[in-house]
Design a protein around this ligand. Structure first.
Ligand code: TXA
Ligand code: MG
Length: 352
């Protein structure tokens, strides 16, 4: 599969109306357009078209049973494509546009190719001026878009990653600069039991479990968020089956006090070649070789923003092993933890 990929740079959507019209036309006619969002870049296709969904899976090298998220410019549009209800409306009022995806029962117009065969569809309204302008231009169809990486690579947070992964595989790439958040959206499903309605957190993101609790008192964290699935266990969200980001250099997460972890890293640096995703505060205490500063120790937003980019870079350093800190489990830490334990294939080392 190789095609001409047009790369366009957009800073102000108002000044790029012609380019955005062309992007919307490509999508309407069944082509693929990569666009920036506030979380990560998305690989877009027409969400109402089976053949567009098939093209997305092929371009990403992704199994076609791993469903796509449909993107809309206005949260109220969800009801055209899915059965939204009162709790969806309250989530939308609180968090949309923004980094939240809600799983809803799909309407007939959404093909099973888009939902990986499921009767539910994931809906998201991104908060990014270029994504918003593009989705408005599309108007009468939603844009189905997984993250714009090749399957098995970290999600792209700058156009350069997209070009590396998808050049020759898509019709157009819109370069809109760095993604603000850097981790994919929070995903929730709306569920019911004898006690009533509750949210299941399927993928943690910048909308934290605590923030969700303000809208719905009961938020249950799906077991696959924190743990490895047991042999033969079916996840609530198909994406949780896959390792997702698989650096070729093995990644090990270090759990211990800041002093113990630093002492361990100093010793490792003396003994062998390793790439280290470290905190800014640790830099003066380590040799400069293969240091990849993720942010301040307590600055989780910066750590989220830089993680995927640094994983790509650190993997290229040619070290024999890669180390990073085990993130905390609360707030935005849970999203970092979830992405990092999967990139590390659940390898956590207790130090000392
Ligand atoms: O921030 C984001 O969500 C980005 C941007 C582009 O919007 N998109 C993204 O898409 O991360 P993707 O395809 O890489 O991840 C979507 C996840 C997958 O793990 C998929 O299994 C899950 O959402 N998903 C999609 N539809 C679902 C459904 N109906 N039920 C359960 N999980 C679903
Ligand atoms: Mg993805």
């Amino acid at each position: 599969m190789t095609m001409q990929t047009k790369v366009i740079k957009i800073t102000d959507p108002a000044e790029s109306a012609t380019d955005l019209k062309e992007a919307a036309r490509i999508l309407r006619e069944g082509g693929l357009v990569v666009f920036p969002t506030e979380t990560v870049y998305g690989l877009g296709g027409n969400g109402l078209s089976q053949s567009s969904a098939e093209k997305i899976y092929a371009a990403k090298g992704r199994p076609s049973n791993n469903p796509l998220i449909i993107h809309v410019h206005d949260p109220a549009e969800a009801d055209k494509y899915a059965h939204a209800g009162d709790l969806y409306d309250r989530l939308a009022a609180a968090f949309m546009p923004g980094p939240l995806t809600v799983i809803l029962p799909k309407r007939e117009c959404i093909p099973y190719a888009t939902t990986g065969g499921l009767d539910t569809v994931a809906v998201r309204c991104p908060d990014h001026p270029i994504a918003q302008a593009l989705l408005k231009e599309c108007g009468d169809f939603p844009v189905a878009a997984p993250s714009a990486n090749l399957s098995g690579k970290p999600s792209p947070t700058v156009a350069e990653h997209v070009i590396t992964d998808l050049s020759g595989r898509v019709d157009m790439i819109i370069d809109g600069g760095e993604s603000d958040i850097g981790l994919e959206s929070t995903i929730v499903s709306i569920d019911h039991d004898h006690e009533g309605e509750y949210l299941t957190l399927l993928r943690p993101g910048a909308i934290t479990a605590d923030a969700l609790t303000c809208v719905c008192e009961r938020v249950v964290i799906a077991s696959a968020v924190l743990e490895q699935l047991k042999e033969g266990e079916r996840p609530l969200s198909p994406g949780m089956m896959y390792k997702h980001y698989a650096p070729s250099t093995p990644l090990v997460l270090l759990d211990g006090t800041p002093e113990d972890v630093l002492a361990f890293l100093q010793k490792e640096q003396a003994d062998r070649s390793c790439a280290i995703l470290c905190y800014f505060e640790e830099m003066p205490h380590l040799k400069h070789e293969n240091l990849f500063p993720v942010g301040g120790k307590d600055d989780l937003a910066t750590q989220a923003h830089t993680l995927f980019s640094l994983l790509r870079e650190a993997d290229k350093a040619g070290a024999s092993i890669m180390y990073a800190h085990l993130p905390p489990l609360d707030g935005l830490g849970l999203a970092l933890y979830n992405r990092m334990i999967r990139a590390a294939a659940h390898t956590i080392l207790q130090v000392p």
